[in-house]
Design a protein around this ligand. Structure first.
Ligand code: PGA
Length: 563
């Protein structure tokens, strides 16, 4: 293996030496027949692609969702659009929103609905096709001007399904590209890509080269900024077979070479090239790390709001592109076989861990020595928090029908008595049930709620919130009305008590608020502090602040409790 790589290096060095001497460095810097991954890696390691195409050029990533012939009804489309809207509005910093261009391509009948539903979200709307005519007796056709007049910003052309299933030829595609460009402001995603057979026969480059040359015939240099190229190897579409990042990089470089031949180096360097074919939250980051991959055209994974949102998060190149968190390993594990173990909290006073088993209506504790034990409570539980008290084992529980105080310590007088009801649960209007909470520095329970969006994603008014049980044991809202979340989770305070961290689980974003002691202590000054990397599975579902005030998260995908 080592000798193979060094052999390649030697060969490359040799070629470069010849090329420079013959003044054909551009050819060698992006050699035409180099799609074998070991070659690509060698070139990438040497930074040669960057030299040839990407230095000094920054291209804004573009993520597009191709809904194809989905979903089945306008009702289902509206649900998906509302969830997307909820994931984007209020959950992105300005820089995050402008760092990446996001477009969805619903079927024609849903375009107007999409434009209305996504207003203010920053997500653009595109059409999946247009007809070849502009007006007249062409029953069943749709024109570029009709699309543009609705407010649609993009049209997707040349998708392999149109080429292979509907017999669209490069000449048709080219005519449609030009019809779109005749509409001021309308942009085009031009899809190209080879079949499996062509890939196996090493025809990737020549197929893409021809499709681009024919597709862009007659397109002026001044219009090239309105073109995005989507490289979609046909063998990767809807198959789950994704091209390796290196394969995608090589194909994109080949495409950029064709663009260079037509439009020159400067313009070719500015064109954005997306990769398409089985893009998922788990693979988008590696693809986007390639210098010539400028975005993704997503099919199946764009039909779920949360996976599409995670793909967009994975494409953000700014400060929110976080590395994976450090994984803590368990020193000791107890298996409790809980159906849904949630809301773990460590009590320094009791030297014990508390958690709940939500549907089983049980609260559990473990002191790290004796076997874990539990207590049945009589209401479905949302969270457990430690109550400030001299009496060991005193905790607060937020349940589906009431907030309770209970003493869990074995051997205390109260262990045999029932829980004390602090207050009935708040009216079930916008929110469903308490979900996560902690006691603040004044000993008041601060808790987040699920909302109905999370369960049945309809209804505008349903927003999750953050609430507090005040000193009179009344529930008060702590959040600005304008902030909308789907699930408020992972609530925790640092030791100073003057901040609060929490997370919106579906969007996997963690925020901090100032939580001042004065003036009743409402939450203010929200800051987005972390987006969970898109290649990590699950969603954050519980948190505590660590010794250094960094929050510790745990994930709902972890089956048993680890301490
Ligand atoms: P896929 O489709 O992501 O489901 O593979 C991609 C596309 O056809 O655009």
């Amino acid at each position: 293996m080592t000798s193979k790589i060094s052999g390649n290096r030697f060969l490359c060095g040799f070629l470069i030496a010849i090329a420079v001497s013959r003044n054909i460095s551009a050819w060698v810097l992006a050699p035409p027949r180099c799609h074998r991954p070991q070659h690509v890696k060698t070139y990438l390691a040497r930074g040669e692609y960057e030299d040839s195409f990407t230095m000094a050029v920054s291209r804004r990533p573009v993520i597009a969702g191709n809904w194809k012939l989905n979903p089945a009804s306008v009702g289902d489309a509206t649900t998906l659009l509302k969830l997307l809207h909820a994931n984007f509005v209020n959950h992105r910093t300005e820089s995050e929103s402008s760092d990446v261009e996001v477009i969805v391509f619903p079927p024609f009948p849903f375009l107007a609905t999409a434009l209305t539903a996504l207003e203010g979200s920053g997500i653009k709307v595109g059409a999946q096709n247009i007809g070849l005519q502009t007006t007249g007796a062409f029953t069943g056709e749709v024109s570029a001007s009709m699309i543009r007049s609705l407010g649609v910003d993009y049209v997707m052309l040349g998708h392999s399904e149109r080429r292979l299933l509907f017999g669209e030829m490069d000449t048709d595609i080219n005519a449609k590209v030009r019809l779109c460009l005749a509409q001021p402001g309308l942009c085009v995603i031009l899809c190209v890509g080879e079949t499996e057979e062509e890939f196996e026969s090493d025809l990737l480059e020549s197929v893409c080269d021809l499709q681009i040359r024919k597709g862009l015939r007659g397109v002026e240099a001044m219009d090239i900024e309105r073109i995005v190229i989507a490289y979609e190897p046909v063998w990767a579409i809807g198959t789950g077979k994704v091209a390796t990042p290196e394969q995608a990089q090589v194909a994109h470089v080949a495409i950029r070479r064709t663009l260079t031949a037509i439009y020159g180096h400067k313009l070719a360097s500015s064109v954005r090239i997306q990769y398409g074919g089985s893009v998922k939250p788990e693979n988008v980051v590696d693809l986007m790390n390639m210098p010539d991959v400028d975005g993704a055209l997503v099919g199946g994974a764009s039909l779920t709001a949360d996976s599409f949102t995670r793909i967009v998060d994975g494409a953000v190149t700014g400060p929110l592109r976080h590395t994976r968190p450090i994984e803590l390993s368990a020193q000791e594990c107890v298996s409790t076989k809980n159906v849904l173990g949630e809301s773990p909290i460590w009590s320094v006073r009791d030297q014990a861990l508390y958690w709940i088993s939500a549907p089983e209506e049980e609260v559990w504790t473990w002191n790290m020595r004796d076997p874990a034990y539990r207590r049945l409570v009589g209401t479905q539980l949302g969270c457990v928090a430690i109550k400030a008290s001299d009496q060991p084992g005193t905790i607060v529980l937020a349940g589906e029908s009431a907030f309770l105080e209970i003493v869990m310590a074995k051997g205390t007088r109260d262990f045999g008595t029932g829980p004390r009801i602090l207050c009935e649960r708040p009216e079930q209007t916008d929110v469903t049930r308490p979900n996560d909470g902690r006691v603040d520095r004044q000993g008041r329970l601060v808790f987040g709620m699920y909302n109905n969006y999370h369960r049945t994603p309809v209804g505008e008014a349903n927003v999750a919130g953050i609430y507090r049980l005040n000193d009179n044991l009344e529930v008060e809202s702590l959040l600005d009305e304008a902030l909308k979340y789907r699930v408020s989770n992972c609530i925790c305070f640092p030791a100073t008590g003057d901040k609060m961290f929490f997370c919106d689980t579906p969007t996997r974003k963690i925020y901090s608020f100032d939580y001042p002691a004065e003036n009743g202590g409402k939450l203010s000054n929200r800051k987005l502090i972390w987006t969970m990397p898109s290649n990590l599975p699950g969603g954050p579902d519980g948190a505590q602040v660590g010794r250094f005030s960094g929050s510790w998260m745990y994930d709902r995908t972890i089956g048993s409790l680890c301490c």
